[in-house]
Design a protein around this ligand. Structure first.
Ligand SMILES: C[S@@+](CC[C@H](N)C(=O)[O-])C[C@H]1O[C@@H](n2cnc3c(N)ncnc32)[C@H](O)[C@@H]1O
Length: 252
């Protein structure tokens, strides 16, 4: 019972000194099992945040710009941009790909990159294009509908070119209007738009693949609509790694 400043003393809990599992069962019973379960669930959900890879990723993503003399890090909301496309309302804000996992996931594809054109759908300020140019791709193309973001990418490419020998192109075009070039392709998406636009883009890819048979891979970071890949019947999952899904376009 509580009386003014004087509160009843908490019950003295005597701890049994037996096996660790008995100990934890005892602690759980006497100190609120719910709290322990919540803590365990939080750790299970968040342990990756403290993994060495994630800490390294955080460090590298902030260092990328100063290291290469470019400007790719800061997010941009589409509401702040002039975008001449009905798909503006289906698009997601600019947020740059983390560099460490991007490089790792490209290596996981285990193909001869020199045979492939790399295309980033929704390339923003062009960070992936710069990073892709460190690999021996045949061509590198960015597709971005935000004019200011595209101009930003062009400036970044110029700055990067001054230091590296690159062959990159940024195009100011809506992803649904971009005709796929010939030859083997690696198509990259970092959660650029919703399912309305993704469905159209996947249909274009399927059509291009059936018009000319070649290898086409899709690397998708933060895929929200996996059912669209399944529905289409043209894509098989090659691997999953961290937040990336890799598909190959395979038509019967
Ligand atoms: C999450 S950011 C990814 C940026 C870049 N790909 C990267 O990984 O660093 C998504 C980008 O997609 C662009 N975007 C959204 N809808 C688009 C569309 N329909 N056509 C072209 N670009 C689009 C946005 O303007 C934004 O720059």
């Amino acid at each position: 019972m509580t009386m003014g400043l004087f509160r009843a003393a908490p019950p003295v809990i005597s701890m049994p000194s037996r096996s660790p599992s008995l100990h934890w069962r005892y602690v759980e019973r006497h100190s609120g099992g719910n709290m322990i379960r919540q803590m365990a669930a939080w750790i299970a959900r968040n342990y990756w945040r403290f993994s060495p890879m994630n800490l390294y990723e955080k460090f590298e993503r902030h260092r990328f710009d100063s290291r290469h003399g470019v400007d790719t890090q800061i997010d941009v909301h589409l509401a702040d941009l002039n975008i001449d496309s009905p798909n503006k309302r289906h698009g997601n804000r600019y947020h740059a790909t983390p560099p460490v996992s991007f490089r790792r996931v490209l290596k996981k594809l285990k193909v001869n990159l020199a045979d492939y054109t790399f295309i980033d759908f929704g390339s923003g300020k062009g960070r992936t294009l710069l990073m892709a140019s460190d690999f021996p791709f045949k061509r590198i193309i960015g597709v971005e509908f935000g004019e200011q973001l595209h101009r930003h990418a062009v400036a970044n490419i110029q700055r990067y070119k001054a230091r590296h020998d690159t062959h990159i192109q940024s195009l100011n075009v809506d992803a649904t209007q971009f005709p796929l070039p010939d030859g083997p392709l690696i198509l990259y998406f970092f959660n650029p738009f919703d399912e309305i636009v993704l469905r159209q883009v996947l249909a274009n890819i399927r059509q291009a693949a059936s018009a000319s048979k070649r290898k086409i891979f899709i690397l998708y970071l933060y895929l929200q609509n996996e059912e669209l890949f399944q529905e289409s019947g043209a894509f098989s999952l090659v691997f999953r790694w961290h937040r990336f899904d890799a598909f190959e376009c395979r038509l019967a």
